[in-house]
Design a protein around this ligand. Sequence first.
Ligand code: SF4
Length: 333
Amino acid sequence: MKGAKLVLFVTGLCQKRCFYCPISEKRKGKDKSWANERLVKSPDDIIKEAERMRSLGAGVTGGDPSMRLKRTVGYIKLLKEHFDPFHVHMYTAYPLDKKALLKLQGAGLDELRFHLWGRDIWKSIERAVALGIYTGIEIPAIPQEEQKIIKIANQLGDVGGGFLNMNELEFSETNTQAFKKKGYGLKSELSYAVAGSEETAKNVQKALASLDLLVHYCSSGFKDSVQLRKRLKRTAMNIKRDFEEVSEDGLLLKGVIFPDTKKADLKLLRKELIEAFQIPENLMAVDGAKKRIETTIEIAEALSRLTPLKCSIVEEYPTGDRLETDVIPLGPD
Ligand code: SF4
């Protein structure tokens, strides 16, 4: 809820083929790890990303992390040794034997969320509960599957599971065709949620009110507007430099200055601007990757009037890929 957990995508591998699988084409079936939006090239990238957002924990996901158990155990250990306190939960749709569970527990795993698939999973849930791992089930609320979900919840209660999480079913680039075939529609024009999913979840919650099991429901709107926004804001506040502002949505706002030519010496240009306009050093930096100088919005506005330089206001994600969402060119009025 605080958006304080790193999303650690261990691998895109998974052979379950759920019709609702939301994993993007970029990640699906590819054996690559991602820490939030950062491609993991070395374990150091995971630590850096967790530090960027002052992370208090991680959700270990995929694909299915258990397809790369050794890697998953290594990542969990790395995070638990580096940060304290740090809460790690992991998702899996595969049965895990006692050996695998002990390895995960030994690495410091706090919580296991089974994505229900096949009868073998129940034995794994019992094993995990017996070992003292906080264990539950997380599934999408598929429209009109109330009875099936209620049955799962009752069985989970019987084997000592701690919680049932239901997520609102959502359209994604990779499941749209399958959803259309099933006749699913959008809940509203402003949302990717599937119509009827929320009703199913709420009916289940009502029916299970007296069961001694935590039954959560996470709407698609909550995930995007609360959880994601809080994660972005948390990261942005932590990494923002003196000349950057953080928007309500957790994006970074700043002024940027482009040189006249691509070959211009950006360091020299920065030095000349600082000297000519008496700009404090901490309010101007060279962005080598994007071949520009970054500064405050006010300084960029002033320079756009006082010099022939091309200046803009830029809004970008505080993520590894620094995706730009808006560029507003500035110029003399
Ligand atoms: S178990 Fe998860 S990752 Fe695997 S196919 Fe199903 S939704 Fe996708």
